[in-house]
Design a protein around this ligand. Structure first.
Ligand SMILES: Nc1ncnc2c1ncn2[C@@H]1O[C@H](COP(=O)(O)OP(=O)(O)OP(=O)(O)O)[C@@H](O)[C@H]1O
Length: 591
C-alpha cells in the first residue's frame, strides 16, 4: 500500500466521496442478504403455513428492497465514478505540470510513447482502482463475511460440506488470472506495435512513397496484424479452458448442497425454506470467489501504474530556481552576456565545451561557426539554462544566470531553432504562441519582418489558416519564417538564431537578414550558421572545434588569417570566384 500512501494527497481530499461510495456499496451488499431470508420466510412461514394473503405484502417488500438496493448501487456508481475521475483529474494535471518543468536532461532520454502511456493507460488503471477497485475488494470481504455468517447460522454442517469446493474455485480463479494477465499484456503490446506501424506509416508516408516501399509496409503491418490476431485467439483459448472448470466447481457445490441439503430436509434437520435460502446464499458467495483473481489483478496493475506515475511525479528537476532567485524585469535588462571559463559536459560524456570565454556587450552580434558536434547548440543552450552549469559562469548584465528566476530569464531570450515546431493551430496562434492579447497589427508586423506575411496572405484563410500537425502543408522555409516571426513578437533582449535560415534559399536568407538587421538593433544576438554569408556582419565570430574556440574575430580579421574560417569561406565561395577574388584583392589592398 506504500504506493497508495504516496498518492494519498491526490485522493484523500476526495475522502468524502470515497466513504459515501463504500458505505453505499456495503448497504447494497447487506440488502442482498434480505432475498435469501425473504425466500425462507415465503416458503416456511407463508406457503407451507398456508398464509397466502401475505404474498402480496411480501412481493411489495421485495420491490421496496430492490428499489433501495438499486438506489444504493446507483449512489455507489455515481460517487465512485466521481471519485475516480476527480483523482485522475488531480493526477493528470499534476503529471502535466511536472512534465512542463522537467528539464532538457530528462527529455534527452524520455520516450514519447512511454510518457503518453503513463498519462493515459496508467492513469486509467488508477482511476478505475480508486473509483471502484478498492471498494470492490472491501466488498468481497463483506460478502464473504456476511454470507458465511448467515450460512453458518442456518446450518453449520451443511455450510462446511458445501464449502469444500470453494478453495478449488478460488485457486482456479487465481490461476486463471495468472494466465490471463500476461495474455492481456501481450494483447496490449501487440496492439501498441500495430498502432505504431500505422502511426509511423502515416507520419512517414512521403518516405514510404518516395522509396516505393508500400509492399514492405503492407507486409510489416500484416505480420503485426497476424500477431495481434494470434494473441487474441490465445487469450480466448484461456477463457475457453478455465471457465468450464470454474463453472464446474461452482456447480459442484450446488450439487453437494442439493444432495446433502435434500437429505437434511428429508431427515428434518432443516426446513425447505432454509435449503432454498442456502441455495441463494451459495451464489452470493460464488460471485466474489469467481472474481477474486480479477481483484488481485486490478490491485497489482494499479499498484504498478501508481509506481510509474510516482516515478514521474518525483523525478528530479535538474534545473530550477535557487532560493530567492532574482526576477528580471524586462525594462531593466540590457543584454550584456559574459561567458567566464565555461566548461560543460553532458552526463556520462566527455566535455562538449572547454574553457569558453566571451564578452558580448548589449546589442552586439555574435556569430558561431563550427562543424557538426562542435558544441554550437550547447553553447547557446547553456545561456537558456537548459542544463545546469557547474564549471565556470555565464552572466547577464553582471549577474550569474544561475541566480536568476528561470522563467524571467527565458522570457528575455527568443530562439529560432534549426527545426521549427509548429502546433496544429492557426498561423496567427502559432506566431502569438500563448500570448492571447497580442493585437493583430503586431502579429502582421512580426510576420512582415520575417518575410512571412506575403505567403501567409496567399493561404486560403490567411492568418486563420490552421496548419497541420508539425506544420504539415508548409515548406521548411515557410515554417522557419513563422518561427522567426514568433521570436520577433516576443521582443526579446537576447535573440538566438540556431541555424535559423538553413531551410531557406540564399535569396530569402538575404531578405530575412535585411529584416534581421533592423530587428537586431538593441538586442544581443547569437547566430549559429553554416553559411558564412549569415555571419559576416557579426561583431565577433567564434569558430568552434570539438568544444574549443579555435578562432575568433570579425569576418575581415578571420579572412586575413589561415584557419578553418578561411577554409570554409573558400569552399563556400568557390563557385563564385569573382566575389572571392574581389574579396582577396580588397584584403590585399587593405594590408
Ligand atoms: N543532449 C545531449 N546529451 C548528450 N550529448 C549531447 C547532447 N547534445 C549534444 N551532445 C553532444 O555534445 C557535443 C556537441 O553537440 P552540439 O549539439 O552542441 O553540436 P553542434 O555544433 O550544435 O552540432 P550541429 O551543428 O550538428 O547541430 C556532441 O558531441 C554531441 O554528441
Amino acid at each position: 500500500m506504500n504506493v497508495f500512501r504516496q498518492l494519498k494527497e491526490y485522493y484523500w481530499k476526495e475522502k468524502r466521496l470515497f466513504f459515501i461510495s463504500i458505505i453505499c456499496l456495503a448497504c447494497a451488499t447487506a440488502l442482498g442478504l434480505v432475498y435469501p431470508n425473504l425466500l425462507r420466510f415465503l416458503i416456511d412461514d407463508v406457503i407451507i403455513a398456508g398464509k397466502y394473503e401475505m404474498v402480496p405484502y411480501l412481493s411489495l417488500l421485495v420491490i421496496v428492497v430492490i428499489s433501495i438496493k438499486g438506489t444504493f448501487q446507483f449512489l455507489h456508481g455515481f460517487t465512485g465514478g466521481r471519485l475516480g475521475n476527480r483523482v485522475a483529474y488531480n493526477l493528470r494535471n499534476a503529471l502535466y505540470n511536472k512534465l512542463q518543468y522537467l528539464s532538457f536532461q530528462f527529455y534527452d532520454k524520455a520516450r514519447t510513447g512511454d510518457l503518453m502511456s503513463r498519462l493515459t493507460a496508467d492513469l486509467e488503471a488508477i482511476r478505475h482502482f480508486i473509483g471502484f477497485g478498492m471498494a470492490q475488494i472491501f466488498n468481497v470481504v463483506l460478502m464473504l463475511g456476511f454470507g458465511l455468517a448467515m450460512m453458518f447460522s442456518i446450518n453449520w454442517k451443511l455450510s462446511l460440506i458445501t464449502m469444500v469446493t470453494m478453495p478449488f474455485l478460488a485457486f482456479t480463479a487465481v490461476r486463471f488470472e495468472g494466465k490471463i494477465h500476461p495474455a492481456f499484456r501481450s494483447i496490449r503490446k501487440s496492439m501498441s506495435d500495430l498502432t505504431t506501424a500505422v502511426q509511423e506509416n502515416i507520419t512517414g508516408v512521403r518516405t514510404v512513397k518516395s522509396f516505393a516501399r508500400e509492399p514492405y509496409e503492407i507486409e510489416k503491418f500484416a505480420a503485426r496484424s497476424e500477431d495481434y490476431k494470434g494473441t487474441n485467439i490465445f487469450t480466448s483459448n484461456i477463457w475457453a479452458r478455465f471457465f468450464p472448470v470454474m463453472e464446474l466447481f461452482a456447480n459442484l457445490s450446488i450439487v453437494i448442497l442439493l444432495g446433502v441439503g435434500g437429505h437434511f430436509v428429508i431427515t428434518e434437520q432443516m426446513s425447505v425454506g432454509e435449503l432454498v435460502a442456502f441455495n441463494s446464499l451459495i451464489w452470493y458467495i460464488i460471485g466474489p470467489m469467481w472474481n477474486i483473481g480479477v481483484h488481485i489483478n486490478n490491485y497489482t496493475q494499479s499498484k504498478a501504474s501508481g509506481e510509474r506515475i510516482l516515478e514521474l511525479l518525483h523525478h528530479y528537476v535538474h534545473v530550477k530556481n535557487v532560493d530567492q532567485a532574482v526576477k528580471l524585469s524586462p525594462e531593466q535588462v540590457k543584454g550584456h552576456v559574459k561567458y567566464e571559463n565555461v566548461t560543460f559536459a553532458y552526463p556520462d560524456n566527455s566535455p562538449a565545451l572547454y574553457n569558453i570565454n566571451l564578452d558580448a556587450p548589449a546589442g552586439s552580434v555574435i556569430g558561431l561557426l563550427g562543424g557538426t558536434g562542435s558544441g554550437k547548440s550547447t553553447f547557446i543552450q547553456l545561456l537558456m539554462r537548459a542544463y545546469s552549469l557547474k564549471d565556470g559562469a555565464i552572466t547577464l548584465d553582471g549577474r550569474n544566470i544561475n541566480e536568476l528566476d528561470l522563467e524571467s530569464l527565458r522570457r528575455q531570450i527568443a530562439v529560432v531553432f534549426q527545426e521549427t515546431f509548429l502546433f496544429s493551430a492557426s498561423i496567427r496562434n502559432n506566431i502569438a504562441y500563448g500570448n492571447r492579447d497580442v493585437p493583430m497589427e503586431k502579429i502582421i508586423k512580426a510576420a512582415q519582418l520575417a518575410k512571412a506575411h506575403d505567403f501567409i496572405m496567399e493561404l486560403p484563410e490567411g492568418y486563420d489558416t490552421v496548419v497541420g500537425e508539425r506544420g504539415m502543408g508548409l515548406s521548411g522555409g515557410q515554417k522557419q519564417r513563422i518561427a522567426i516571426a514568433r521570436a520577433l513578437l516576443k521582443d526579446p533582449k537576447i535573440l538566438i538564431l540556431d541555424d535559423a535560415t538553413s531551410a531557406v534559399d540564399m535569396e530569402t536568407e538575404h531578405e530575412i537578414q535585411a529584416g534581421f538587421s533592423e530587428l537586431m538593433k538593441g538586442r544581443t544576438t547569437f547566430i549559429i550558421a553554416h553559411r558564412i554569408s549569415s555571419l559576416r556582419h557579426a561583431d565577433e565570430i567564434i569558430v568552434l572545434d570539438k568544444g574549443r574556440i579555435v578562432q575568433r574575430g570579425t569576418h575581415e580579421e578571420l579572412l586575413a588569417q589561415p584557419g578553418p574560417y578561411l577554409e570554409t569561406y573558400k569552399i563556400q565561395y568557390s563557385d563564385r570566384p569573382e566575389e572571392a577574388g574581389e574579396r582577396m584583392l580588397k584584403q590585399r589592398w587593405a594590408n
